[in-house]
Design a protein around this ligand. Structure first.
Ligand code: GDP
Ligand code: ZN
Length: 305
């Protein structure tokens, strides 16, 4: 050894108040970010869960993050109350699992549609998990969620109470880096506990204040799965506002619209009111779900929830 400390490749698996746990071939190293990196990335999270980094081992056992590799994809939202700030939920995930409950609370399809738009933009495969299937008649849940299958998304129906669909979910998470996201109360914690004992217990500590007196600090973490892979839970999303998506791009992120827009009479068609609009025609012909079109209109008008 020359005395020169080693530079290791790694992945950020935990981020808490300026300290990052970086998993490397040499184990997990608690690291700080070099000051210059913080300045370079002022307007977004300087370093985030899932980021691939180069870390230098220091004499005191700590690490210094010297470089953050460019993110291949990233799931972000506008920070709540700060539309000018990007909040990264996770960088470089293999897939996103969007969890909603069939009832209690009723599914928020407008939020689901916004999450799907971001997944489309970032090329992140999206799975939709419809939980609490035990609370409703299966047929009515399918009537609401199955149309998303027709759009190309995988939909699984689960119950953390009866165990339905849990094996499928476990299989789906295996060997992948997955983000679980959805509103609070839909059963993410319970489901994760069914997938692997105590998995949810570890993530429950990161829940945002629920209004029921459970206010804990938010510590995003990538948690290793026994079968390989990682899962990142997010604090229950109260809101999910789009980050950095231009209104004109939106039609490209709706699978049922993107192939139609070439047929619109005007090349800059907004699909809101123009004559000769192929999207509006498809809505009128029942080929595009009115609810999805409504989601499109809301996003196009800049509504955030
Ligand atoms: P989270 O906020 O998304 O993590 O949701 P929790 O896992 O904390 O669950 C919220 C509430 O829903 C709890 O009272 C759970 O017991 C309940 N719950 C979770 N999953 C199910 C389910 O599949 N069926 C039913 N009936 N209740 C569930
Ligand atoms: Zn149009």
């Amino acid at each position: 050894m020359t005395g020169e400390s080693r530079l290791l490749e790694g992945r950020i698996i935990k981020a808490q108040s300026g300290l990052f746990e970086v998993e490397t071939s040499g184990g997990v190293i608690t690291s700080r970010l070099r000051g210059r990196l913080m300045k370079e990335r002022m307007e977004s999270d300087a370093a985030a869960l899932g980021d691939r980094v180069l870390v230098r081992q220091l004499d005191d056992g700590m690490g210094a993050i010297e470089e953050i590799k460019e993110r291949e994809r990233v799931l972000s939202r506008s920070a709540p109350g700060r539309p000018d700030i990007e909040q990264v939920l996770v960088a470089n995930p293999d897939q996103a699992v969007f969890v909603f409950s069939c009832a209690e609370p009723d599914p928020n399809f407008r939020m689901l549609d916004r999450l799907l738009v971001v997944a489309e933009r970032e090329d992140i495969p999206a799975v939709i998990c419809a939980n609490k299937i035990d609370l409703v008649v299966t047929r009515s849940a399918k009537a609401e969620f199955d149309p998303y299958r027709d759009l190309g998304y995988e939909v699984i129906y689960t119950s953390a109470v009866t165990g339905k669909g849990v094996r499928k979910l476990r299989k789906l998470l295996e060997n992948k880096i997955s983000l679980l996201a959805g509103p609070s109360g839909v059963g993410k914690t319970s489901l994760l506990n069914e997938v692997q004992p105590d998995l949810g217990a570890r993530t429950s500590a990161i829940s945002e204040a629920t209004g029921k007196g459970r206010h804990t600090t938010v510590v995003p973490e990538l948690i290793p799965l026994e079968g390989g892979g990682y899962v990142a839970d997010t604090p229950g999303l109260k809101a999910f506002a789009l980050w950095d998506i231009e209104p004109e791009e939106l039609d490209a992120y709706f699978p049922e619209m993107r192939d139609l827009v070439a047929d619109c009479e005007f090349s800059d068609c907004t699909h809101m009111h123009e004559p000769g609009c192929a999207v509006i025609e498809a809505v009128e012909a029942g080929k595009i779900m009115p609810e999805r079109y409504d989601s499109y209109l809301r996003m196009r008008q800049g509504e955030t929830d």
